[in-house]
Design a protein around this ligand. Structure first.
Ligand SMILES: Nc1ncnc2c1ncn2[C@@H]1O[C@H](COP(=O)(O)OP(=O)(O)O)[C@@H](O)[C@H]1O
Ligand SMILES: O=C(CO)[C@@H](O)[C@H](O)COP(=O)(O)O
Length: 461
């Protein structure tokens, strides 16, 4: 049996899967936690990767591997390749003002969509570089190269040059998915000068070799890797409920708007995507407030009536990216004596999270992306309440594949593809999934849409 490994270095943890290159069957897996926070020393990712690899029984017997990782994070390197400062992650909103400045300096949102497929918000690397130039000039001066989490880890595995792939390059704000070229003029606009950038590899290319001799494939941003992992079909919109909430679909043409990020995918196509900052951790936070676990939260939510008798949670607990409200806070509307119960709060949390993701799916549909099926993946998809309430909010049946580490799975599938050198990725066994159906309850989204406009920004401290 030929083995391949896939790595998911995501916001909260690092996961490793080892699979059969031909059938995709899972052979073994491992994981390790990442530090909390939106600013992380990349050495912590390396340490978690080493622990997760050990937990997965090592990689000595794999023939190829690839890294999927959280998108956008800014890893600055000096002339010797050493890290200049802790990486700023995709969910760090300190560069929100820099993002607004950059949008206006280029003449508004449309020129950005034309140039790089997306309008940069605080998540995008380019806005973090502007922030660095403005707030930490000494660190900016020391910076000779910039790369993303998957690029950095890939380089640590190969010991060679910096490489990236189309999907992660498309989240920087200085690479165009339409032309496949860097926009060093935009990097210069943001940072004042250009920097050494990773070489952008085609989907099935190799970045180098691991110390064991195994092939290291190009890797990808985590959402593009998940798209490879779920083997989505045309008409499928994938909704991922991890630390971030994302809705995305594969597209043969580039597609972006002021709300939809026009990313590239990991198969030579495109991946229009909408991302929110608040997803599975909305459930974690609500469970914490109620002093219960997420399984009990799910039971409570299912015990309350649809619409929670008018209690609405707008879940902007980390500010928000879509809509672009970096300073917003979460808000609870409709509190009355009868709705002041744990079950109502649990229901409002699940419905609020799902309403924000239904808005994300709508933004894709408005751009002409077909949504025949909605597939739900990510840690939050393990919640029975999420699965059963989702069709009432989305207004359509939802398909939930048997839980798996889809980002790591997609990275493993890419590794098998690069190893075999075929035109298309290998077709692995179809996923087992379950379809959830329920009557839509449109009033839930209507009330949420009203409440969404009423959130307050966090007070300045
Ligand atoms: N049964 C569950 N119900 C609700 N949330 C869950 C459940 N299992 C895991 N989670 C949540 O999923 C999140 C992790 O999901 P994951 O997709 O691995 O995130 P990421 O890739 O961003 O690190 C955590 O916040 C965790 O609490
Ligand atoms: O910023 C985005 C997508 O644009 C996020 O989806 C990150 O890629 C983080 O992903 P998770 O850790 O939540 O999987």
């Amino acid at each position: 049996m030929t083995l391949v490994a896939g790595i998911d270095s995501s916001t909260q943890s690092c996961k490793v899967v080892v699979r059969d290159a031909d059938s995709g069957a899972l052979v073994r897996e491992g994981r390790a936690a990442h530090p909390v926070g939106t600013e992380v020393d990349p050495a912590a990712w390396q340490q978690a990767l080493d622990e997760a690899v050990a937990d997965a029984g090592g990689l000595d017997d794999v023939a190829a591997l690839a890294v999927g990782a959280q998108q956008h994070g800014m890893v600055c390197l000096d002339e010797s390749g050493d890290v200049v400062r802790p990486a700023l992650l995709w969910n760090d909103t300190r560069s929100a003002a820099a993002a607004a400045d950059l949008v206006s300096e280029l003449g508004g949102p449309e020129p950005w969509v034309d140039a790089v497929g997306s309008v940069p918000v605080a998540s995008f690397t380019i806005t973090k570089l502007r922030w660095l130039a403005e707030h930490e000039p000494a660190n900016a001066d020391r910076t000779a190269a910039v790369c993303l989490p998957h690029d950095w880890l890939t380089q640590r595995l190969t010991g060679g040059e910096l490489h990236t792939d189309r999907s992660d390059a498309s989240g920087t704000g200085y690479w165009s998915p339409s032309t496949g070229a860097y926009r060093e003029d935009l990097l210069t606009l943001a940072f004042g000068r250009t920097l050494r950038l990773p070489r952008v590899l085609e989907p099935a290319a190799a970045a180098g070799q691991f110390r064991s001799g195994a092939l290291v494939a190009a890797g990808a941003g985590d959402n593009a890797a998940a798209a490879l992992g779920v083997q989505a079909e045309p008409g499928d919109v994938v909704v991922s409920i991890g630390t971030s909430g994302t809705a995305f679909a594969s597209s043969v043409k580039p597609a972006g708007s002021s709300i939809v990020n026009g990313f590239a995918d990991a198969q030579g196509r495109f991946l229009p995507l909408v991302c929110t900052l608040n997803a599975a951790r909305v459930l974690d936070a609500t469970a914490r407030m109620l002093r219960i676990g997420v399984d009990e939260l799910s039971e409570l939510a299912l015990a309350a009536p649809a619409g929670a008798d008018g209690l609405v949670l707008v879940p902007y607990l980390e500010g928000e990216r879509t809509p672009n409200r970096p300073d917003a806070s979460g808000t609870l509307h409709g509190l009355r004596l009868d709705t002041a119960t744990p079950a109502h709060l649990a229901r409002a949390a699940v419905e609020g999270l799902l309403c924000s993701l239904a808005d994300a799916v709508d933004a894709l549909v408005e751009l002409g992306i077909p949504a025949t099926r909605v597939l739900i993946v990510g840690g939050g998809a393990r919640s029975e309440a999420v699965r059963r309430i989702a069709p009432t909010v989305f207004g359509c049946p939802v398909v939930v594949p048997e839980p798996s580490e889809f980002v790591a799975d997609g990275a493993a599938r890419q590794a098998a593809w690069a190893l075999r050198g075929q035109i298309d990725p290998p077709q692995w066994s179809a996923l087992t999934s379950r379809c959830y159906q329920a009557d839509p309850v449109p009033s839930v989204r209507e009330r949420y849409a009203h409440a969404r406009e009423l959130v307050l920004d966090r007070p300045q401290c």
